[in-house]
Structure formats: C-alpha cells, structure tokens
Design a protein around this ligand. Structure first.
Ligand SMILES: NC(=O)C1=CN([C@@H]2O[C@H](COP(=O)(O)OP(=O)(O)OC[C@H]3O[C@@H](n4cnc5c(N)ncnc54)[C@H](OP(=O)(O)O)[C@@H]3O)[C@@H](O)[C@H]2O)C=CC1
Ligand SMILES: CC(=O)[C@@H](O)[C@H](O)COP(=O)(O)O
Ligand SMILES: [Mn+2]
Length: 435
C-alpha cells in the first residue's frame, strides 16, 4: 500500500490521478489533497470520496467555503454528520508545502505553474518520491531541484519524459546518443506567424490530441510547452541540451524516443491518455495492468513526423537559449510567459505577442548581467546578485543570477519581477492586438 498526496487534485492531472487510484484502492491510499481553491465543490467531493487526513487550499479565504461545501456534500449524500471524519484543513500560499511535508510514499505535484516550486523542493527535502507533472518547478529551479533529488527520487509524469524513462530501460547511460521529444505541433501547426496573428483563445485551447488545463494547452499552441520539455528532459536525464531534439508528430501516438549510439531508436507508443504515465509514476517501477487502452495494431495507422518550424514558433529556441544561460533566465521566461498567457485569455494581447513579450522580458533580464549574459557562452557563471548596497529590493529580481549563485529567493524574486514586467508590457497600448 502506498500513501499518496495529490497536489492540484482538482485539475486535469489531479482528477485523472484520483481516477487511477479509485480503481486500485488496494494499492494506494490518499493521505492528502491540495488545490488553489477555485473549485471547492469538486474538492469537497474528492475529500469525501478519498478520506484524506489533510486537505490544503492556497486561497486562505477558501477555508470557510470548503467547510460549508463539505457539510453540503455530506447532506447531499445522506450521510450522518456525526459519523463523518472531516480532514484537517490547512490554508494559505504555504498549504501545498505543508501537504508535501506529510509522511507519505509519493507526492504527485500536479499544480500548474511556478507556484509548484515550493512543493517540489519540500517533497525532495523530505526524501519522498516526487511524481512530477509540474515541469515548471524543475525548469525554473534547475540545479536547486536536481541537486536536492536523490537518484530516482523524481519520477516523470509528463508523457514525453515518462516515455523517455521507459525507453532508457533499454540501454545504459553511456549507450544513449540523443533524446527525441515529440510534439503534436498544437492547433496552429502548419501556419505562419501572420496567419496566427488573430488566433483567439478559443482556437488556442482546441488542442488536437490532448485534453489538459488552460496554461499547458496554451503553451502547446505557442510551443512553449515543448521548450519547457526540452529543458525538463535535459535536467531529468542529464543529457546535454544540444542532444535533446524535437520532432513534430501530430498524432501523439509516440510520446518520445531515445536514440542509442549503435543507431537504434526506441520509442514508447500508446494512444494519448495521461492515465498511462500517471499510473506508471504512481506504481513505478511496476506497470499497472489496464492503465490505458493500447494501440490497436489490427487497424491501419498512419503516423507522421516533420521538423519544427522555428520561424513560426520561436519558443523552443528561445527557451533553449534561456536554458543554456541558466541561473534565473528560465524563471524569468516562465513567469513572463505565465503572465502573457493570462493577458492573452483576457484579450489584452494577441497570440504572437505571448512569445514577443516574454522574449523582450528575458532580454531585459539578461542585459543586466555582468558582461551581458546574452553574449555569454552556455553554462558560464557571472557574479551573484547582491541584495545590499545600491540595489533596491524591488530591483533585485531584474538582475540575472548565475547557476552557481542561484537560491530559491533569487528564483522567486526573478519570477515576481518578470511577471510584473510582462504585465506592464501587456498593458502597453502599442502592443495591444489590432482590432
Ligand atoms: N494536463 C495534462 O495532461 C498535463 C499536465 N502537465 C503539467 O501538470 C501540471 C498541471 O496541469 P493541469 O492539470 O493541466 O492544470 P489544471 O489547470 O487543470 O489544474 C491545476 C491544478 O493546480 C491547482 N493549483 C493552481 N495553483 C495552485 C496553488 N497555488 N496552490 C495549490 N494548487 C494550485 C488548481 O487548483 P484549482 O482547481 O483550485 O484552481 C488545479 O487543481 C502543469 O505543470 C502541466 O504543465 C504535464 C503533462 C500533461
Ligand atoms: C500530455 C502531455 O504530456 C503534454 O505535455 C502534451 O505533450 C502536450 O502536447 P504538445 O506536444 O502539443 O505540447
Ligand atoms: Mn508533455
């Protein structure tokens, strides 16, 4: 029996993880659930279905709503209030970290965005296995996360990285030549930048193969998701960035591949369904029977592959650049992107401006580095940010910090600065989409 904490339980990953667990109650017990607090009714139903000891909500004001929703759900089910054991509720921005610190076997981090960083680091510090969907925490934390993790402590939930982990079982580390991350290409595959200029949020959310949360779906449309996944693969598997390739595969049947030094390539394939990588992460290293439907090999299948169009979708090369420079650069890029995604969905900027604005914020950040980080070779280590002297606290996040000097505070401060800066640029009249 494995005790599991699910962070982001009301989201796409969280709800699918609970479905996986619901079918295997003899293998898993849910001991904690956490969410932001925007879908309290669902969270209350989950609490009564899975009976965790602790539940967390990051929005502090959601506590009372949750208590009321729990009582309402108990009544709706016709249960006797006196006999129902309600969980301890923790609230506030630190709630996911408190949940991640619980005594358990696995923490599944299915929070969206950089808000998942604290929980990732807490889980690792506790020595608990981290089933990682929240790629943002790994990408922005970089070495802070990888250095905190023991060998095998992070198990990938992301479909591409789960695929790579499965393929890596087919050879030793020194036999690996390249990792090939597949990309669906998103809803705008084949379009030029000009054709995407008027793309609406609704069109961006019409993912061709996956049903996911709003941020990752938008990131799939811009290809930001693929850029983050290139860094994620590099950090998880210790392969140079230059040896992580992207290939567009619109059918999303092959979830990624490993090419070995003898010219052999192993691929993992299955119809697109996150229950497979979620179940594998929870059961790792064991496969759970019946986790998902397999490929139907008795039917004709056509799977195609094409190169990434870097001109139409510059996100992957911009994120590679941020990854090479390292330090606070990935945190800045990610936070600026998150702010731009919100602005796009609020119709304050156009689709192409998501990439334009986060690129501008990244450049501004790198221009503050000694010697200008944009011109620095990969992995160079410029001087650390100083919080003393003439640097005002509000300015600190605008300064680039190299990987060697990186701290959680530097990441959070860079994140906060980049978010503000991107919001400013999103409000700039001259950058608004044309009517
Ligand atoms: N969906 C997918 O198929 C895949 C997702 N991923 C990654 O998994 C992560 C989650 O994605 P997805 O499930 O699609 O996202 P969703 O938007 O569907 O769900 C996000 C979840 O995180 C919760 N949440 C958000 N902010 C906080 C916070 N500050 N504290 C606690 N909980 C919070 C939300 O709570 P609430 O409902 O209350 O707002 C919700 O439960 C992302 O990092 C994504 O990139 C990776 C591969 C595939
Ligand atoms: C399911 C999953 O892992 C997503 O990250 C998915 O890969 C997104 O699809 P794209 O390939 O379109 O980014
Ligand atoms: Mn993925």
């Amino acid at each position: 029996m494995r005790d599991v904490v699910i962070l982001g339980s009301t989201g796409s990953i969280g709800t699918q993880a609970l479905e996986v667990i619901a079918e295997r109650r003899e293998l898993f017990r849910v001991v904690g659930l956490a969410a932001a607090g925007s879908n309290i009714k669902l969270l209350a139903r989950q609490v009564l279905d899975f009976d965790p000891a602790v539940v967390g909500v990051s929005r502090a004001s959601a506590v009372q709503d949750l208590q009321l929703a729990l009582y309402a759900e108990v009544s709706r089910r016709g249960w006797n209030k006196g006999e129902v054991r309600l969980p301890k509720i923790v609230a506030g921005p630190e709630a996911p970290n408190e949940l991640a610190a619980l005594d358990c076997d696995i923490v599944l981090n299915g929070i969206t965005g950089s808000a998942g960083l604290g929980a990732t680091l807490t889980t690792l510090a506790q020595g608990t296995t981290l089933a990682l969907a929240n790629k943002e925490s790994l990408v922005i934390g970089g070495r802070l996360v990888t250095d905190a993790a023991a060998d095998g402590q992070i198990v990938a939930v992301d479909s591409e990285h789960s695929a790579i982990a499965q393929c890596l079982r087919g050879g030793t580390a020194d036999e690996v030549d390249r990792l090939i991350v597949t990309a669906s290409g998103g809803p705008f595959r084949g379009m030029t930048r000009a054709q995407m200029a008027d793309a609406t949020p609704e069109q961006a959310l019409a993912h061709p193969t996956w049903n996911m949360g709003r941020v990752i779906t938008t990131n799939s449309a811009t290809l930001v998701n693929k850029g983050l996944e290139v860094l994620e693969a590099h950090l998880l598997y210790g392969i140079d960035l230059d040896r992580v390739d992207v290939v567009v595969h619109p059918q999303s049947m092959i979830h990624s591949m490993v090419q070995f030094i003898d010219g052999s390539t192993l691929a993992q394939c299955s119809p697109p369904d996150m229950k497979l990588p979620i179940a594998l992460a929870l059961g790792w290293p064991a496969r759970l029977a019946g986790a998902a439907r397999p490929v139907n090999w008795s039917r004709a299948n056509t799977w195609t592959f094409e190169p990434l169009d870097d001109e139409a979708f510059p996100a992957v090369s911009l994120i590679r650049k941020a990854g090479r420079i390292g330090g606070t650069a990935p945190a800045v890029l990610n936070a600026a992107n998150e702010a731009c995604v919100d602005a796009f969905h609020e119709h304050r900027i156009g689709f192409n401006q998501i990439t334009d604005i986060f690129a501008a914020v990244l450049d501004e950040h790198l221009n503050t580095a000694p010697g200008n980080a944009t011109k620095l070779p990969a992995d160079s280590q410029p001087a650390a940010t100083s919080t003393a002297g003439s640097v005002k606290p509000a300015d600190v996040g605008s300064r680039w910090v190299g990987a060697e000097a990186l701290t959680v505070d530097a990441v959070l401060s860079a994140d906060a600065w980049a978010r503000r800066r991107a919001q400013d640029l999103c409000s700039d009249e001259t950058r608004r989409p044309q009517a």
